[in-house]
Design a protein around this ligand. Structure first.
Ligand code: HEM
Ligand SMILES: [Ca+2]
Length: 551
């Protein structure tokens, strides 16, 4: 047998290298230009990756790790392979957690028993008792449906954890970076399937094929439309660019837009502007890349904290006419899963009516109340809330009480101590289903917290989310507004950054889905003051592409 500590040390070393490589690899993916310019650095990167592979192969485990990332669904044929794969999963878990400095918090196996060694309460029972809602207790948030939708879209850029029965898998199948992998895919092969012979992506509205809704890379078609719009303008500006150059430049811009909208429009509303602003969190405050930060998604983020959005989901969709008046018919969510007909109706002419619904109607507040549409009817077949709870247990996520300590919040000593962040009614409900406050699942305890001031979530989720979004920004070598003049191929010029900083989601929507008018901040309802609706014409030149013109 091997010395566990020694093995961990070796892996850690390899991973340090790998986290770096993961970044380097991205150069090859994001910026084909490096290759097409015949830039010598390309071969350097390739050599780096190759060297690391050779080094990793020297320790079998390191090699397995690399393989696990390339090939998540390995077919099991023999016991020996199974053993290997078990080991591989353990190591990739280490990788997931690497740099998070909380090895001590991890539970290696699924969490099946309570602190008193009894069976944990069934997730469905918890969902029924604590998360059930009726019309009376559904609270509207200050934000629009678009705020919820952006969260889901963003999630699909960051994390996709495959389900597998045995062995338990906790790896990420997509790039954690906010790099528009939800628009383009996470590998070059995937990208190729989305392109036609020139610079264009697929069309909008989506086709009706059955995969078009479930596939994570097909979600926000509006950005594909934006891709095609920008690509056409770039072609006009630079007649000498070929299709590939145009495609890659456009892709780089779309990724930057996604980062920009997320950090300036979205996150301040999730975390509250104070938390979002800490450590220069909001765009344009810090100019460094911290190589020591691991940009991977943390388990607790994927499995619990960032699923707060499931509480924001409304029970219906609806058309809104050009006067922003609601149509009479509500389409229940349960009938809309896997169905894109609302977008396709009238040859796509009703798309603006759906967009108006999203920027006008309010989403639900993040709290312990979930619509029956998701509790009973997700994809017509399951309870999403119960699934979230079970997933947390499967992944061995420590219970809520442990995360409070991790986040520097007061310790839970008894039911009474829950009062700091939960209202009395919630505490009563929790008491009914958990024997002991120590056993409360992270998802349940977190989503039911009272919000911190100005934020959409409570202190525990805010802590986990903030930590993740800091690593995603400062651990990203290609962060869009870093002013890296040293390498304009990787970054953007000052003038280009200025253009990108002018982009808002409102402009993207108006320029691609003509809603007629739209308010500046689409995550908030329109009003008669600072968030008035303006005619779409007003947004037409929000994005100045002149800085991309080459001599
Ligand atoms: C109509 C809206 C939505 C539906 C129907 C939906 C449905 C789902 C489903 C079925 C899963 C897979 C659960 C599992 O297998 O464990 C999932 C995962 C997830 N969802 Fe949602 N969701 C919605 C909106 C959102 C929003 C608004 C957010 C965040 C703000 C969000 C964040 C996540 C995250 C982080 C995961 C885990 C992804 C992973 O690790 O693979 N979702 N969602
Ligand atoms: Ca990504």
């Amino acid at each position: 047998q091997y010395d566990r500590q020694k093995l961990l040390d070796i892996i850690r070393e390899e991973l340090e290298e790998l986290s770096h490589i993961q970044n380097e690899k991205r150069v090859l993916q994001v910026d084909k230009r490096v290759i097409f310019d015949g830039n010598t650095r390309t071969s350097d990167y390739e050599k780096l990756i190759e060297d690391a592979l050779i080094k990793a192969k020297e320790t079998v485990d390191g090699y397995m790790l690399l393989k696990s990332q390339d090939q998540p669904d390995v077919e099991l044929t023999s016991q020996k392979e199974l053993d290997n794969i078990h080991r591989l999963k353990k190591i990739s878990e280490t990788y997931e957690m690497y740099g998070l400095l909380r090895e001590e918090l991890r539970i290696r196996e699924a969490r099946n028993t309570s602190s008193l060694n009894t069976k944990l309460t069934s997730p469905r029972v918890i969902s029924n008792e604590v998360m059930h809602s009726d019309k009376a207790n559904q609270v509207e948030s200050d934000y629009t449906v678009m705020f919820m939708a952006w969260g889901q879209f963003l999630d699909h850029d960051m994390v996709l954890t495959p389900t597998s029965k045995e062995p338990r898998q906790q790896i990420n199948q997509i790039t954690s970076f906010i790099d528009a992998s939800n628009v383009y895919g996470s590998s070059e092969e995937e990208v190729e399937t989305l392109r036609d012979e020139s610079q264009r992506g697929s069309d909008f509205p989506p086709s009706g094929d059955e995969n078009s809704c479930r596939r994570s890379d097909k979600k926000f078609h509006c950005l594909k439309a934006e891709h095609n719009r920008i690509a056409a303008m770039l072609t006009d500006l630079n007649k000498r660019w070929d299709g590939d150059r145009t495609f890659q430049e456009t892709r780089k811009i779309i990724g930057a837009m996604l980062q920009h909208i997320t950090y300036t429009e979205y996150l301040p509303k999730v975390l509250g502007s104070k938390l979002a602003d800490e450590k220069g969190f909001i765009a344009s405050k810090a100019d460094f890349y911290d190589k020591s930060l691991n940009p991977s998604i943390s388990n607790e983020f994927a499995v619990a904290a960032f699923r707060f959005g499931h509480s924001q989901i409304n029970d219906h969709l609806r058309y809104y006419d050009s006067f922003f008046e609601p149509g009479r018919r509500e389409a229940l969510l349960r009938n809309q899963f896997d169905d894109v007909s609302m977008l396709q109706n009238n040859e796509g002419r009703r798309v603006p009516e759906v967009a108006r619904w999203m920027v006008t109607e309010k989403s639900r507040e993040v709290d312990r109340f979930f619509e029956e549409e998701v509790r009973d009817w997700t994809f017509k077949e399951f309870d999403l809330v119960a699934l979230n709870i079970q997933r947390g247990r499967d992944h061995g996520i420590p219970p809520y009480s442990k995360w409070r300590l991790y986040c520097g919040l007061s310790e839970l000593t008894d039911w009474n101590s829950l009062k700091t962040d939960h209202d009395p009614e919630t505490i009563e409900k929790l008491k009914e289903v958990y024997g002991n406050p120590e056993d409360i699942d992270l998802y349940v305890g977190g989503v039911s917290e009272k919000h911190i001031s100005g934020a959409s979530v409570g202190p525990t989720f805010a802590c986990i989310l903030q930590e993740q979004f800091i690593r995603l920004k400062y651990g990203d070598r290609f962060w869009y507004d870093r002013n890296d003049e040293w390498d304009p191929v990787v970054g953007f010029s000052k003038e280009q950054i200025a253009s990108i900083r002018n982009v808002t989601l409102a402009a993207v929507i108006c320029n691609n889905v003509n809603t007629g008018e739209i308010q500046k901040d689409v995550f908030k309802q329109a009003d008669n003051q600072s968030n008035k609706r303006h005619n779409c014409d007003a947004y037409a030149d929000f994005f100045n592409l002149q800085p991309w013109k080459e001599e």
